[in-house]
Ligand binder design. Sequence first.
Ligand code: UT7
Length: 321
Amino acid sequence: MNGVEIRAVAHYVPPRVLTNDEISRWVDTSDEWITERTGISTRHISDGENTSDLAVKVAKQLLDAAKLSPTELDLILVATTTGDYNSPTVSCIVQEAIGATNVPALDVNAACTGFIYGFSTAQKFLQSGGNGYKTVMVIGAEVLTKYSDWTDRGTCILFGDGAGGVILSASEKNTYGEKLHARGDKAITVNHQEVENPFSNKKRSLGHIAVDGQEVFKFAVKSVAENIAELMAHMNMSLDEVDYIIPHQANKRIIDGIAKKLKIDLSKFYMNIERFGNTSAASIPIALSEMFKNGILKKGNKVILAGFGGGLTWGSILLEI
Ligand code: UT7
């Protein structure tokens, strides 16, 4: 087998909670519209913490949970589209902050599919034989709201900030499979323009998110449903053998659509979008961490992680807990 074992999970979201009612004070929207069209009620937003601050908090929790010292890590991967700088990467900032002396560190940018690509990269390192990669930390961390256009009601309602992660080691017995894809398309972009951020005193010169909402919606439902079916065929498995699907949390109606297309009950999908909104590369590890902490996931469970987003990118992983 070429599986992985999850040795620890953790997540962190900034304490500031932004409600739909608050947003409707400065753009023409309402709690009713946002809840009905997206499933989002609240999201956590940073009021000054940057992406690496969130990632470092998760990294420290992960080391505590796994009872590992930082130098026992063989690789640090951070999936993010919202790094503090182009360089140094968030993973290098984490490496320094936790004292993982000389441990290699790499950022992965696949937008909202970032954690899937990061997890897949970790699995390849872990399976690389005698090269000594035995313990890999994978974090998804985003402060998307520093790129939000707070005058655009079509996008500013969607995004929240957060981070989540895992520590992985190789497993000979756990089932593992994956199918990843990309199709270059500018349906979701981050442009370089100066924006005001009402939640911070700091004026940031970053940019804003532009989303072709309906295009992305249709792409997501179709691609993710087909991707999950493709993964099941590849694994020679049926969805009856899968305990949970953990989808990227972008819109509750997208998840409803995927369930319908796959003809499976919505209860198989874990959802926390109501509380966190779309946290991009952080959404799947935050969900995974919550599920472990709430005792939902049990040893032996078969779980699908399914991501989609900017790039366009999409992909899914079958994992045995
Ligand atoms: O991780 C991947 C990142 N991207 C996404 O997740 C985006 C995926 N797309 C979506 O989630 C949905 O397309 C949105 C939530 C962005 C939009 O929902 P929709 O049901 O596709 O609405 P729409 O774009 O078709 O707009 C319908 C109407 C429009 O008004 P008119 O032209 O019919 O008068 C919009 O201007 O709703 C209006 N509208 C809003 N109204 C109130 C758009 N945003 C809002 C808003 N409040 N926040």
